[in-house]
Every structure is written in structure tokens, then in C-alpha cells.
Design a protein around this ligand. Structure first.
Ligand SMILES: Cc1cc2nc3c(=O)[nH]c(=O)nc-3n(C[C@H](O)[C@H](O)[C@H](O)COP(=O)(O)O)c2cc1C
Length: 383
């Protein structure tokens, strides 16, 4: 199948990946109401069509934290990408670098930050959760700082993991023993392209950046959720940001804010950016969509820090809608994970090209010549 849109990459990933990984990427928590809202609320926003304007020069670049992005899109941290394609994080990071976009490496990535930096020729942004073992965190932060990672993305919406029922049904979580192992083996064996690419040629399958903390925790990548539940720190408060600040002297982006009061606290805590996010509908089901939370947060923080959003972005049109409502840039999660699962770097590169052309069409037809200037005038708010 030739893929034209993100939904086509999703379908290709569904065919190519073992069920446990496809469902892990595709699913959300509980009844998935927030996951659906993220997409539906973006879809419901009407752009305002304008005509007869000179659109010969389009400026899609934006500057975030001193870094110029070729378009207002970054690749959000997605755990275990190395299980969706051979050394998946390196492949996606290469596609992002070629497109002039930031790649944020998840602390739960199969590939370590060093491997990703070497492959992409540029160090990734680095995402971290607060772990109980602060000594280990300190070491990890020093390591990625020494590597030259420019931005720390600190994810705050996962003091405990939301229950993802699809992962239980697929056997990704909650199944163990012989029947669990047999199911997983059958799942892999019936996806030969994945078996060859990832299972046989994509090793080691550990979580590169946190591998040493995992000793005595999960045995393999697919066993990591139990470790997550044990290792994540529910006692974390804004006061811990002082500790993070002392340990990391570069820019910090807080990821996972939906409430204006929390956004103001992020400013007080000294963050340089925040991502309006509900973790792609994978945490607290029933909360509002990211796009509906965005305008209030953008208004609450003004120019005190840079505001980004993620959740439900499936096209360049969605990107423009988010810019119009106050985001400086968007992050995409599933969009790149699907493309990676569909066919590695080449497909991620193609998908990013598609987002770019969709964004350019949206800009031309709304009369928006400069992405950095996008505002509410691009929306038809009566619809
Ligand atoms: C498979 C998968 C794994 C994820 N892993 C992480 C992670 O390790 N750290 C993190 O901060 N967010 C993680 N996220 C959340 C994304 O960074 C992002 O917030 C979300 O995917 C945005 O929604 P979207 O998928 O609709 O674009 C993950 C999302 C997915 C789909």
C-alpha cells in the first residue's frame, strides 16, 4: 500500500508489527475517551479560508529555545521505539535531523542517547521521568549533558501509569508464565518482516539510557511496565524542580500540563517551556483534550515561557490549528511511531514530508505567510 496520510501509516504499522506493539502504540487508557477527544477536538476546529493573497513566499520556520525548526513540529518522546523498527530511535532521529526538526529521546528508549546522537549526527532532546533513585538520575543527567543534549523534557504526568486495557488484552501486560510467553512468541513469529528486522537484527532489546537502573527490575523491554510502577516517584512536587535545576543547567521543558494553575507553577519553577499534553490520552482518561486546554494555558503564561502542545496531531492542518490557538510548535507521538513501524527511517521521512506539504497548503489557503505569526485570525470561530 502507498501511504498518503498518517492513518495510512497506522494501517501499515498494524500489519507489520506484532499485536502487542501495535496496540501499545495505538491505545490509550481506560475507555480511551481522552484519546478520541484529542483527535476529534482538533478535527472540529474550522480553519478560515482566505483567497487572492500573495503566497509566493512561505516561512514555515520557528525558533524554539534558541533552535530553529524547519517547521513547527518536533518528535515527541515515545518509549521502546527500537521495538517498532531496528534500532528505531536512531532511524527516527535521522529522519528528524534531515528534516531540520528536533527529536526528543524517551528515557524509555531502546537506544541510549549516545547511540542516537552518533547516528543522527546531533544530540537529541532528552526526556526524563522523576525516578526514586536520585543518584541514578543525577548520573543520567550528567551523561546526557556531557553528550550535548540541548533540552531536558521533564514529563510530569506519570507519577503512576494509567491502566491501558488494550495492553492487558494483547498480553503486553499482566500475562506471564508459559501461556503468556507462547502468545508473545506466536505474535512475533506471525510477523516475519518484524521478526527479521527487529527481533533478529535489532538487538540488544534493553532500555539503553536506563539499562543499568533496570537491573533487578524488568528482565526485558516488554517487562518494563512493572518496573515503571515500582520506580516512578509519586512524592514529586514543584519543590523538586530545585533539585532538577541544580542538576541540569540547560533549558527545561515541563511536559504534561493541562491546567492553567499548573502552567503558572511551571513558570515559577523556572521552566523555559511546557508541553500542553495528556500523554496522548494514555494517562487520566476523561480529562480534556490538549487542544481545548491550549488557549487558556497560552493566555495564563503569556510570554513567560514557550508553549507547545501534543495530542491528536495527525496532519499539517492540525499543526496550523494548534499554532492559531497559541502553540509555538507541536509535538507528534503516534504519527512518527506508526511511520517507523510501517517502514523505518524512510517512512518517517516521508511522513514528515507529508506533514510539511499539508502545513504549506493550510498556510497558503488561510493566507498565513509566516508560521511564527499564526494566530486566531486563521480560525473560523463561528463554526
Ligand atoms: C507508544 C507511546 C509511547 C510513549 N512513551 C512516552 C515516554 O516514554 N515519555 C513521554 O514523556 N511520553 C511518552 N508518550 C507520550 C508522547 O510523548 C506524546 O505525549 C503523545 O504521544 C502525544 O499524542 P499523539 O500520540 O496523539 O501525538 C508515549 C506515547 C506513545 C504513543
Amino acid at each position: 500500500m502507498r501511504a498518503a496520510s498518517v492513518s495510512d501509516y497506522r494501517e501499515l504499522a498494524r500489519r507489520r508489527l506484532p499485536k502487542i506493539f501495535f496496540e501499545y502504540i495505538d491505545g490509550g487508557s481506560y475507555a480511551e475517551a481522552t484519546l478520541r477527544r484529542n483527535v476529534a477536538d482538533l478535527e472540529a476546529i474550522a480553519l478560515r479560508q482566505r483567497v487572492m493573497k500573495d503566497m509566493s513566499k512561505l516561512d514555515m520556520a520557528v525558533t524554539t529555545l534558541g533552535q530553529t525548526l524547519a517547521m513547527p513540529v518536533g518528535l515527541a518522546p515515545v518509549g521502546m521505539a527500537g521495538m517498532y523498527a531496528r534500532r528505531g530511535e536512531t532511524q527516527a532521529a535521522k529522519a528528524a535531523a534531515a528534516a531540520g526538526l528536533p527529536f526528543c529521546l524517551s528515557a524509555m528508549g531502546v537506544c541510549a542517547a549516545e547511540e542516537v546522537a552518533a547516528a543522527a549526527g546531533t544530540p537529541p532532546w532528552f526526556q526524563l521521568y522523576m525516578l526514586k533513585d536520585r543518584g541514578y538520575m543525577r548520573e543520567l543527567l550528567a551523561r546526557v549533558k556531557a553528550l550535548g543534549c540541548p533540552v531536558l523534557v521533564f514529563t510530569v504526568d506519570l507519577p503512576t501509569p494509567g491502566a491501558r486495557y488494550r495492553d492487558v488484552r494483547s498480553g503486553f501486560t499482566g500475562s506471564s508464565g508459559v501461556s503468556g510467553a507462547l502468545n508473545t512468541a506466536w505474535d512475533g513469529a506471525t510477523h516475519p518482516a518484524w521478526l527479521w528486522d527487529v527481533w533478529l537484527n535489532g538487538r540488544p532489546h534493553s532500555l539503553g539510557s536506563v539499562a543499568s537502573a533496570l537491573q533487578g527490575g524488568g528482565r526485558s523491554v516488554t517487562d518494563f511496565l512493572g518496573w515503571v510502577a515500582r520506580s516512578f516517584d509519586r512524592t514529586v512536587t514543584w519543590a523538586d524542580m530545585d533539585w532538577v535545576r541544580e542538576t541540569w543547567d540547560g533549558p527545561i521543558v515541563i511536559k504534561g500540563v493541562l491546567d492553567p494553575a499548573d502552567a503558572k507553577d511551571a513558570v515559577k519553577a523556572g521552566a523555559q517551556g511546557l508541553v500542553v499534553s495528556n500523554h496522548g490520552g494514555r494517562q487520566l482518561d476523561g480529562v480534556r483534550s490538549s487542544i481545548s486546554a491550549l488557549p487558556r494555558i497560552a493566555q495564563a503564561v503569556g510570554s513567560d515561557l514557550e508553549v507547545y502542545m501534543d495530542g491528536g496531531v495527525r496532519s499539517g492542518l492540525d499543526v496550523l490549528k494548534a499554532l492559531a490557538l497559541g502553540a509555538k510548535a507541536c509535538f507528534i507521538g503516534r504519527a512518527w511511531a506508526y511511520a517507523l513501524g510501517a517502514g523505518g527511517e524512510a517512512r518517517v521521512a516521508k511522513m514528515l514530508g507529508t506533514l510539511r506539504s499539508e502545513l504549506s497548503v493550510a498556510m497558503i489557503l488561510t493566507g498565513c505567510a509566516k508560521a511564527a505569526d499564526a494566530g486566531r485570525e486563521l480560525l473560523d470561530e463561528d463554526v
